[in-house]
Design a protein around this ligand. Structure first.
Ligand code: FES
Length: 160
C-alpha cells in the first residue's frame, strides 16, 4: 500500500467488506474501526464516509468518535512506535535529554513518522516503572535506565 497516497481501490474494497461484516452488530462502530486499524495500521480517511453511510451516521459523528480515542489513528504510522516517558520521575532523571537524542537520531519530532515508515515517535505520561527511570518503550519492549549510549544502541541494531 502506498501510505502517502492513502487507501487504494483494493483497500477500499476490503474496508467495505469489513463494514458489511460489522454493520449488523448492536454497537458496531468501535469494533469496526478497531478492525480496520488492526488490518491497515490506521483508519484511512476515505473509509469514514463508507462507515457513516453503512451505520446511518454523519461523517462528522464517525470522525468525532475516532478523534475521541487516542488509540485510533487516521494517519499511517511507523512499524515500531517509540515512546519516551515524560513523567516526573523520568523527567528529573534526564528524560528530556533522552527525548532530544531520540529526536536527533530519528530526525523527527514528537508525533511524526520517519520517511521509511520504520518509527513513529511519541511521548507518554508514565509507563509505571518510575524506579527504573528514565524509560523508553520501543514496540512492546521497555528500555530502562536510558542514557545517550543506550539511545544509540537502540537504533544501531537496525543498521547491522
Ligand atoms: S515517570 Fe517515567 S515511568 Fe513513571
Amino acid at each position: 500500500m502506498d501510505k502517502v497516497k492513502g487507501a487504494t481501490e483494493a483497500d477500499l474494497a476490503r474496508i467495505s467488506e469489513i463494514v458489511a461484516e460489522y454493520s449488523h452488530q448492536k454497537w458496531p462502530l468501535i469494533p469496526l474501526v478497531q478492525k480496520i486499524q488492526t488490518e491497515f495500521g490506521y483508519i484511512p480517511p476515505q473509509s469514514i464516509p463508507i462507515i457513516a453511510e453503512a451505520l446511518g451516521l454523519f461523517t462528522s459523528q464517525v470522525q468525532g468518535v475516532i478523534s475521541f480515542y487516542e488509540q485510533l489513528y487516521t494517519e499511517p504510522r511507523g512499524k515500531r512506535i517509540v515512546r519516551v516517558c515524560r513523567g516526573t520521575a523520568c523527567h528529573v532523571r534526564g528524560g528530556k535529554t533522552i527525548l532530544k537524542l531520540v529526536k536527533q537520531r530519528l530526525g523527527i519530532e514528537e508525533g511524526q513518522t520517519t520517511p521509511d515508515w520504520e518509527y513513529t515517535l511519541e511521548t507518554v505520561a508514565c509507563i509505571g516503572v518510575c524506579a527504573l527511570a528514565p524509560n523508553a518503550v520501543v514496540g512492546n519492549q521497555v528500555y530502562s535506565h536510558m542514557n545517550p549510549k543506550k539511545v544509540e544502541q537502540l537504533f544501531k541494531k537496525d543498521e547491522e
